[in-house]
Write a protein that binds this ligand. Structure first.
Ligand code: GRF
Length: 207
């Protein structure tokens, strides 16, 4: 039975994003217009020039660039990311197009509290190197008639961890990588917000 809403702590979101940040923006918009009660607390990007950081600043969300440039040692980067998430009292980490693996300290501390979105139907078309356009290219090369979106809990490996939500997207005969990516991305935005709404309502438990 879901917990009554007063006993569920409010979601305090910390985002990690590498490039466009459109998934993050969809969630920020839903927080702003009341579809979500979650609070966006902080955005971290490994890319100092990312649109994700610009979007965060425009929305008044604290934004940090943390990467191999700011922290050349992987351990130090892991500790720095964890420190920022802690300082902003984040209780749910959202990987929204984050192309790096999180470090072991962050994964262990936020066990079952890190969500990732993947633009295909995992376990198909996931794993190392399969991100961004490469995913859609692989789907088209395989000749599949259906692809989709997966939201899953993150563990130490790329694109593994329990699946929370999936939606299918048909592949059309004349699809290019770009046309397919565009239709999948539109579904990503919807599914991320819906999944967070279900978590907030207590309809979806993090495993
Ligand atoms: C999305 O397709 C997401 O699934 C993948 O990277 C893309 C990021 O898009 N991991 P955006 O940065 O949210 O616009």
């Amino acid at each position: 039975m879901p917990l009554p809403s007063q006993t569920r702590p409010a979601l305090r979101l910390g985002f990690l994003a590498s490039h466009g940040g459109s998934n993050m923006q969809a969630i920020l918009d839903a927080c702003k217009d009341g579809r979500l009660t979650a609070e966006p607390e902080v955005v971290i990007s490994n890319n100092s020039g990312s649109h994700a950081l610009a979007r965060a600043r425009r929305s008044g969300v604290p934004a940090y660039h943390l990467s191999g440039k700011t922290h050349p040692k992987l351990d130090d980067l892991d500790a720095a990311i964890l420190d920022v998430l802690h300082r902003h009292e984040v209780n749910l980490v959202i990987l929204a197009g984050y192309v790096r693996l999180l470090g072991p300290k962050t994964i262990a501390t936020y066990q079952r509290r890190i969500l990732n979105i993947h633009p295909a139907l995992l376990p198909s078309f996931g794993g190392k190197g399969l991100y961004g356009p490469a995913v859609h290219e692989a789907v088209l090369a395989a000749g599949d008639s259906v692809t989709g979106v997966t939201i899953h809990v993150v563990d130490e490996q790329f694109d593994r961890g329990p699946i929370l939500a999936q939606v299918t997207v048909p592949v059309e005969k004349n699809d290019t990588t770009e046309s397919l990516a565009g239709r999948v991305l539109a579904q990503e935005h919807l599914l991320f917000v819906e999944t967070l709404q279900q978590i907030e309502r207590g309809e979806l438990e993090l495993p």
